[in-house]
Design a protein around this ligand. Structure first.
Ligand code: ADP
Ligand code: MG
Length: 344
């Protein structure tokens, strides 16, 4: 081999090496940035795969804190406290949007979701931690004021009639996860997973292009999951009776989701409801509402609403999975399931 050939071979090798390197850099996964946030009375984990991850997480956390200050029922300066305090208040655009959207789901679920159950939550002690089983007459009296039709939204002002009080606890985290995911997409993030205390929402896929796997906790044993679910670009929201509850003097379990028809914690055959869909707000509203409806009514609702998917878990730990996601669910060992068929 003469010198000229050696040079040509070297150049060829370098070119191949350079092409290989470029190929590598295209395939190279984006770095993971992770942040834990405590807000809205819950632990949140944000994971973003992007070179600008740190700055993006900073803006996401600031947005969570901003929304928390608007929707909190305990902070007396929040939009919700100002509405509850004087019956009517001029509020931010986000509060107008969230209250309006929540009212749509109150109507759609025939009042299983009702943002005016707040006085009952307070009476049962869920807002104060001073848990008690109220007397029947107190429940009946407080139920008089529970009706989402008492809430109106007009020109940036939210009003509630008849001395009622509202609470957005059933939908606030869903709205927040929608906002965070839009914020991430605006910043060109193509891969992120956020978990706002049980409200999971994904942007795109995992950085390697495969779907995210989201586990659904075993309501009777938080050290394991009953199944995992493959998703892309979706929200997965769970409501259950196993995280916020108290055991009454009668030995029964009372959870923080109130049935607006009875004024008592919902106990209608389900221990957990997971809703999967495009909108975090819708999934949050419906996970709470279907928990209230209970097994039969929730299954009927799902038969009519094919735009959402669900995993219901009943008292016996049997899973009911809608047909649109049943193929994406992997059951843990010993777990039995039934598919809710909706097409043809
Ligand atoms: P979590 O907050 O545990 O994720 P949910 O999304 O199901 O659970 O919301 C439960 C919260 O919603 C309660 O803590 C309370 O603030 C409020 N709430 C309880 N029952 C109802 C109801 N029937 N309709 C609307 N809001 C409710
Ligand atoms: Mg909810």
């Amino acid at each position: 081999m003469n010198i000229n050939m050696k040079v040509r071979t070297a150049i060829l090798c370098m070119t191949i090496f350079a092409v290989a390197l470029t190929g590598c850099s295209i395939k190279k996964e984006k770095p993971e940035y992770k942040r834990d946030v405590f807000a809205m009375d819950t632990y949140m984990v944000l994971k973003v795969y992007d070179e600008n991850g740190e700055a993006i997480l900073e803006s996401a956390e600031a947005e969570i804190k901003r929304l928390e200050m608007l929707f909190s029922v305990t902070d007396e300066k929040s939009d919700i406290s100002r509405i509850n305090g004087s019956g009517s208040a001029q509020v931010s655009e986000d509060t107008v949007k969230l209250v309006s959207e929540a009212l749509v789901y109150c109507e759609k679920t025939d009042g299983a979701l009702d943002i005016t159950v707040y006085p009952l939550l307070r009476e049962w002690g869920f807002t104060t931690g001073k848990y008690q089983i109220p007397e029947d007459k107190d429940i009946t009296a407080l139920l008089e004021g529970v009706d989402y039709n008492n809430v109106t939204v007009e020109d940036g002002t939210v009003s509630i009639k008849n001395g009622g009080a509202m609470d957005l606890g059933a939908v606030a985290k869903g709205y927040t996860s929608d906002r965070i995911c839009s914020l991430l997409r605006e910043q060109s993030v193509s891969s992120a997973l956020i978990n706002l205390g049980g409200n999971v929402q994904a942007v795109g896929t995992k950085p390697d292009g495969s779907p995210w796997k989201v586990g659904i906790e075993d309501p009777k044993d938080n050290s394991r999951i009953v199944c995992s679910l493959k998703i892309e670009d979706k929200a997965v929201v769970t409501s259950g009776n196993y995280e916020r509850y108290f055991i009454g003097e009668d030995g029964r379990r009372y959870c923080h989701i109130i049935d607006p028809k009875t004024g008592r914690p919902a106990d209608n055959g389900l221990v957990s409801v997971t809703i999967v869909g495009e909108s975090g707000t819708a999934c949050d509203a419906l996970s709470t509402a279907l928990f209230v409806m209970g097994k039969e009514r929730a299954a009927e609702f799902l038969e009519k609403h094919t735009e959402i998917e669900a995993v219901l878990i009943d008292d016996d730990l049997r899973l009911y999975i809608t047909d649109g996601i049943s193929e994406n669910v992997e059951l843990s060992s010993g777990i039995e399931s039934t598919v809710i068929k909706r097409q043809g």
